[in-house]
Ligand binder design. Structure first.
Ligand SMILES: Cc1ncc(COP(=O)(O)O)c(C=O)c1O
Length: 342
């Protein structure tokens, strides 16, 4: 570790912090080029690039963890590569071949190794792969050129509360994605659509929002930029919907839930069922689990309460997943990959 950095690892926010290098690759004339390394934080882009006009853009988010044994690991990076390929297909972008994705993320971590937070601080190195249409079009058509890049930034917890329950608010007057739209891929437009209701929720004192299915407003979709789960009667229950992003964290928690004896149900979850859960949480790479203290449904003036202390199953799931990521316990499922040489 480089002590000259002067970073207060224990108090890092979840935000952008400059590092030394980022990695880039261009798709031009029908093929992907060589990876390029740069220290520039800016990109030079054509004013008619499709990313800027038509939202031809997708991104990923994953983390590098410094383990108890001092080694640095990525968690299920292959799933991020696959999801980015699905996102590319969904909005007609050129897919990044897996070997380029891999080389870029490993390089970006290695080149910025001094920014990987030490074990035990609660902070991690967040990786942001980004793919967008960089070629010009004026009509609504896919670009002929694409740019793929990866930057990294050291981050603290997503919610300042860390692993402490947060209140969230049901949204009924906005949708983040249409039923057969782009909700199941990680494209920028979904996030633009979520900003207004999320901002309103923050102003009202809620940490996040709970989106309902856009068609009927009967079922739970997603908890802002995270999947939702509830626990009751020895079951881990998480929504099935075509408009939610398949979360790699949720996929992993489902497996851990099974391992600790919970029955896993992935099915439509009617909003009324919120009243029956013993525990509720939002899950994703950023926070692993954010336990939910209460969910306020403004229109119906109903509050569903789960308590100010995280429930036993949420705690167990959180501790187990984190222990795998930080190599405190055996990675029985082979989810982590050591980045050698740092
Ligand atoms: C809309 C949305 N849902 C869920 C997730 C959680 O996914 P993951 O666990 O793969 O980070 C994210 C974050 O990537 C997200 O943006």
């Amino acid at each position: 570790m480089d002590t000259s950095l002067n970073i207060d690892w224990g108090n890092l926010p979840f935000g952008y912090h400059k590092t030394d290098y980022n990695v880039r690759c261009y798709y031009r004339n029908g093929s992907w080029g060589e990876l390029e390394i740069t220290s520039s934080e800016t990109i030079n882009i054509h004013m008619a690039a499709t990313a800027l006009h038509y939202g031809q853009e997708a991104f990923e988010g994953l983390k590098a963890y410094r383990g108890k044994d001092g080694k640095v690991r990525l968690f299920r990076w292959e799933e991020n590569a696959k999801r980015m390929a699905r996102s590319a297909d969904g909005i007609m972008m050129e897919k990044v071949p897996e070997h380029i994705f891999k080389e870029a993320i490993f390089k970006a971590v290695k080149l910025n190794a001094k920014y990987i937070p030490p074990y035990g601080t609660g902070a991690t190195l967040y990786l942001r792969p980004l793919l967008f249409g960089s070629g010009p079009q004026v009509g609504v058509k896919p670009a002929n050129e694409y740019m793929f890049m990866v930057f990294v930034t050291p981050v603290g917890p997503y919610f300042k509360e860390g692993f402490n329950p947060v209140p969230i608010e049901v949204v009924r007057d906005y949708d983040r994605a249409a039923p057969r739209g782009t909700g199941s891929i990680k494209v920028g437009g979904n996030y633009a659509a979520s900003m207004l209701p999320a901002h309103r929720a923050h102003m009202d004192g809620y940490a996040s929002v709970l989106f309902l299915d856009a068609l009927e407003k009967k079922y739970i979709d997603e908890a802002g930029p995270a999947n939702f789960f509830g626990i009751k009667d020895g079951k881990y229950i998480t929504p099935q919907s075509d408009s939610i992003l398949p979360s790699i964290t949720n996929m992993s928690l489902e497996q851990i839930a099974e391992n600790i004896g919970l029955k896993v149900e992935r099915r439509p979850v009617p909003i009324e069922e919120l009243a029956t859960f013993e525990e509720a949480g939002a899950c994703g790479t950023a926070a692993i689990i954010s336990p939910i203290s209460k969910i306020y449904d403004r229109l119906n003036n109903v509050t569903y309460e789960y308590g100010e202390i995280a429930g036993p199953y949420s705690t167990k799931l959180y501790i187990t997943l984190r222990a795998i990521q930080e190599a405190e316990i055996e990675d029985k499922h082979g989810w982590t990959t050591v980045i050698e040489g740092i």
